[in-house]
Design a protein around this ligand. Structure first.
Ligand code: ADP
Ligand code: MG
Length: 708
């Protein structure tokens, strides 16, 4: 990142508007007007061939006519003139260009788009857009866009891939009471992308948290890297996660939307909090602007109504912070703050009868307890209480608690349910730094987000890879090369296992028998019982061709099955190239899991783990992780699948060797990353996982090569 150039693009000391216009309704007019309305303090230079003056600023026919320096040039001229303007900007030593004009990559003209970026880079400039609304910064009084106003000021910054949405959200900041310092429209991301701006915002002192609206990423690996390194919370709303949505997003911005599960996994690895919808994006943004992360699992709920208490309890479970009863001493103390029929268990129900004092005491006391990590305060408007008084009381109690060291750094979120008076009181709380929502589930949801953030930070800190295994890449490449020379892009099971072995995976020993006699000799070497399998690069799913026989116990059966398996293969596919039959050690039965790899369009080499065996396609119980996967992450993958309990030892079985599985996943991830230029996809299905301490065995292996 060239910080000075991006500073010029996003916090310019002077702005030129190329294609500025004196005609209301034109974009070139709106941009100058927006700069004026935002009260931008630096010089504004409208560039227009004919005009002498536009909206109070002296106009120039070309940017090359200026004597003053220009940091940012906003380009609004028709598409066919943009490239020429960029060239002129370069000559005028502009730092950054923001291209509002559309009609490039999004309609298929990648050639001009690429030429624009090349030209800009030649002069050391960076390009935002094209096809954007522009960029806005409250702290610089800069509205370099055609959005009518700067957003409500706040401590978050938002990057949106959709321009129309950005304008709408900008206006919405006032209605929602959620403020932003900076807004960026990304458009086609021909040059500057999410990663560039996130890196820059991470160093921007006016930005406390970063919110994203993403349709598709081009360089997902860099994105994950940059977000991992960022020191500020990042909240992302990803659209196009449904199959149909993905198609819509792709045609919309010309970028690729990856599979929902891969995005989810990548966000988690990057430490990003994923928002579910627009409202949720705002809710989370507000919470991260105003409150600290939640460092432990104990949520205290204080309520005056049973109904909202139960709703919040349900939400707590849904959002990953299930409620626990308060310890007895906390209950005993809080019991004093409420009527006899109240409950201090958790939710702490001070009842409609407790009023202001009940809230204040429970909040101040609760926040100071070590046991409490976060607090949700719920209020239902009643005839006996005044919402504004309650709001003021809540704030007072929170401030009072903060005087005590023990209650520092604990997040608070509030939910008020009621009418007009309630709405006013909510706004009062938000203005005083307490995120407040009209639904208890929303308040609990943001606390869940603040908790998840703290967990992800911890996971990041623990994700060092301490496995000392040294892979033999040369051996793997030699096997792959031999198959390529043979004109194949699929490895046989034997070859694939040799590659897996080179990366430290525990595979069943497997040898090729070309004749019946060889089969018997090898079987005796391996020792009965054995497994026999067809070896043919043309038969990838061996069982489909009746090409697998397990539990063969003697020489006679070995001879019999050698011939049967070859006959079955020929019957299945007459012209199949048959290498022979594999003689394989028979692995004891374990829990069957699958390891797989794909090359994701956005994130590159990606690992899949799940319950395997013959039902894998039916159960679809799999999780993903972008490579490299640490052992710690690999343990998490195992607990993320729906059938996680099976690995923990369900129904009287002993727990499985998750440790060995984690090491295997990590090594496998290393393999597909290391060989990403060679391997298109691969899997180990099944892997037999044994009891804790007894390891695992990969009994089947498959590698498909990239075409070269
Ligand atoms: P494919 O998936 O190509 O049909 P596999 O090699 O996975 O063939 O074999 C099919 C099934 O046979 C496996 O899912 C597994 O249950 C069993 N199996 C295969 N190899 C062995 C082995 N070496 N030890 C024990 N069971 C095996
Ligand atoms: Mg298999």
């Amino acid at each position: 990142m060239n910080k000075e150039v991006l500073d010029g693009l996003f916090r310019p000391k002077s702005v030129a508007v190329i294609g500025a216009s004196a005609t209301p309704g034109k974009i070139g007019y709106s941009v100058v007007e927006a700069l004026n309305n935002g009260k931008y303090e630096g010089p504004i230079y409208p560039i227009n061939l004919k005009a002498d003056e536009i909206l109070g600023h002296k106009a120039y026919p070309s940017i090359l006519d200026l004597t003053g320096k220009v940091d940012l040039a906003v380009i609004t001229v028709p598409a066919k003139f943009v490239l020429g303007s960029v060239e002129e900007c370069g000559k005028a030593k502009v730092k950054g260009i923001s291209i509002i004009t559309s009609g490039f990559g999004e309609i298929g003209d990648h050639e001009t788009e690429n030429a624009i970026v090349e030209t800009a880079h030649r002069y050391g400039m960076r390009v935002l857009g094209p096809n954007i609304i522009g960029s806005l910064s409250n702290s610089d009084k800069l509205n370099a866009s055609f959005a009518p106003t700067l957003p409500l000021p706040g401590d978050a910054s938002l990057i949106s891939q959709s321009g129309a949405l950005l304008i709408a959200l900008d206006a919405g900041t006032y209605l929602r009471g959620v403020g932003f310092d900076k807004l960026f429209s990304l458009g086609n991301m021909a040059d500057v992308d999410f990663s560039d701006i996130i890196e820059w915002l991470d160093q921007d002192e006016r930005t406390k948290c970063i919110s994203l609206y993403i349709e598709g990423l081009k360089d997902g690996r860099r994105f994950v890297d940059v977000c991992k390194k960022a020191s500020k919370p990042i909240i992302a709303l990803k659209s196009g996660v449904s199959a149909h949505g993905a198609a819509a997003a792709a045609s919309h911005t010309g970028s690729l939307a990856g599979a929902a599960k891969v995005y989810g996994a990548a966000f988690e690895q990057a430490g990003i909090i994923q928002a579910q919808d627009l409202n949720n994006l705002f809710d989370l943004t507000q919470a991260f602007e105003l409150q600290p992360p939640m460092k432990g699992d104990h949520l205290l709920i204080v309520t005056n109504g049973g109904g909202v208490g139960v709703l919040a309890t349900d939400a707590a479970e849904r959002y990953g912070i299930p409620l626990e009863f308060c310890p007895a001493d906390l209950q005993a103390e809080m019991k004093n703050y409420m009527p006899e029929f109240g409950s201090a268990k958790n939710p702490v129900d001070i009842t409609g009868g407790a009023g202001l004092e009940g809230y204040k005491k429970c909040i101040a006391f609760g926040l100071q307890q070590d046991w409490v990590d976060g607090l949700a305060v719920l209020y239902c408007e009643t005839a006996m209480t005044n919402p504004m008084e309650i709001a003021q009381g809540i704030l007072e109690a929170v401030h009072q608690a903060e005087e005590n060291e023990a209650s520092k750094g604990k997040p608070v979120a509030v939910s008020f349910v009621g009418g007009e008076h309630t709405a006013e009181a909510m706004r009062y709380l938000i203005d005083h730094g307490i995120p407040t929502y009209d639904d208890p589930a929303r308040a609990v949801n943001v606390l869940g987000g603040l908790r998840q953030y703290a967990r992800l930070q911890e996971a990041k800190a623990n994700s060092k890879n301490e496995d000392g295994f040294k892979a033999d890449k040369q051996a793997a490449l030699a096997i792959i090369q031999a198959a390529r020379e043979d004109g194949r892009d699929a490895l046989t099971e034997i070859e694939a296992k040799d590659v897996f072995r080179a990366y430290g995976l525990d595979v069943t020993s497997t040898r090729l028998a070309k004749t019946e006699d060889e089969a018997v000799a090898l079987a005796n070497k391996v020792g009965y019982p054995i497994v026999m399998k067809i070896v043919s690069p043309d038969i990838l799913h061996k069982s489909d061709a009746s090409g697998v026989k397990v539990n063969i116990k003697d020489d006679a059966s070995t001879r019999e099955w050698f011939n049967k398996i070859i006959a079955n293969a020929k019957a299945y596919k007459a012209d199949a190239n048959i290498h022979g039959v594999a003689i394989q050690e028979m692995a004891p039965l374990g829990s069957e899991v699958i390891l797989g790899s794909i090359n994701d369009a956005a994130f590159g080499p990606t690992v899949m783990f799940g319950l395997g065996g013959i039902f894998v396609e039916v159960l679809k119980d799999v999780t993903f992780a972008v490579t490299p996967v640490s052992k710690q992450q690999a343990l998490k993958m195992q607990s993320d699948i729906r059938g996680a309990k099976i690995l923990d030892g369900a129904r009287g079985e002993k727990p499985r060797d998750k440790e060995a599985m984690a090491i295997t996943i990590a090594r496998y991830s290393h393999m597909i990353l290391d060989l990403q230029d060679e391997i298109k996809e691969s899997d180990a299905n099944p892997v037999m996982v044994y009891e804790d301490g007894s390891g695992l065995k990969v009994v089947d292996a498959r590698i498909i090569l990239k075409k070269k």
